[in-house]
Ligand binder design. Sequence first.
Ligand code: TYM
Length: 337
Amino acid sequence: MTTVTPFQVSGEINYDRLVTDFGCTRISPELLTRFTQVTGHTPHRFLRRGIFFSHRDLDVILDRVEAGLPVYIYTGRGPSSGSLHLGHLVPFVFTKWLQDVLKAVVVIQITDDEKFMWKGLSEQDCDRFAESNIKDIAAVGFDPARTFIFRDFNYVGNMYRVVCQIQSHLTVNQAKGIFGFTDSDHCGKFAFPAVQAAPAACTAFPHLFGGRKDVPGLIPCAIDQDPYFRMSRDILPRLGLPKCAVIHSKFFPGLSGDGKMSSSEGATVFLTDSKASIRSKVGRGFSGGRDTVEEHRRLGANLEVDVSIRYLEFFLEDDDLLARIKADYQAGRILSG
Ligand code: TYM
């Protein structure tokens, strides 16, 4: 069985099916052409290669950008371990690029409260993980003048009015339906979705938007986080605020080649790993190479299942070089090593 929720991703993932089930929209070639027309920039490799593949209202954001009206970008991280892994780079690298291209303010939420409640982290670990994760995120290269990174434990008081407005529009039945909570879950879990939804309202940041109520947020994330923003899009208009827009990515796979890279699985490449350790981990990743050199030269690699090829698709910028490597590997001219 396939599960894709903010709390669990498992099984074979069919992205077409998710688009239908979640009720979002595939990013079409026409939308990418419009993106280029409006911004003057060639789409990022994540867009060219269908890694960011689905959206809600990206066209509305482009209309505003074209009209010279402000938008902002909102993303986040739940600090569950001391270091980010390669999969986490996907939304952050993309957000940095969007910031450059749209010249927009970026807000980044660090949900230390979420991990305190879901993972039972000690307060010490919450502090340690949040601090070191913020350094990993800052290292992606955001524009310091246009970026606001905040920890819920420190900032929540500033957006508590918005949190309460959202909470009072969300029934327990709805929270159960959207997030799968049960009667045995503690109240903190029921209260949390409004905290992740609040930064999708510009009124959560009076110091950035001067009390304006009309600036919509665009939220890049992997598709597991969508339920929070489906919920936000339902509630924000009832508060007199614009719906947030969302742009969804596929999952960066773990070393076994399927599912999503995750901090809790053993086969994870962390940003703090040494070069030697990364080389060794990736070298042991699932390979589409054949059992013997003779067979490989004759049949070529199976690109569909090869982890290194997947990783190059995410991180190698040069389209021509990627195409050449794929062609040579598939023809057996280069070996897995
Ligand atoms: P977290 O810490 O689980 O993940 C942080 C971001 O990374 C994405 N992600 C991945 N993307 C591609 N491949 C993977 N293998 C992979 N694993 C994780 C997640 O979708 C997420 O975008 N509750 C959130 C924190 C949060 C947030 C937000 C995320 C708060 N506000 C707004 C996105 C947008 C969390 O625990 O994410």
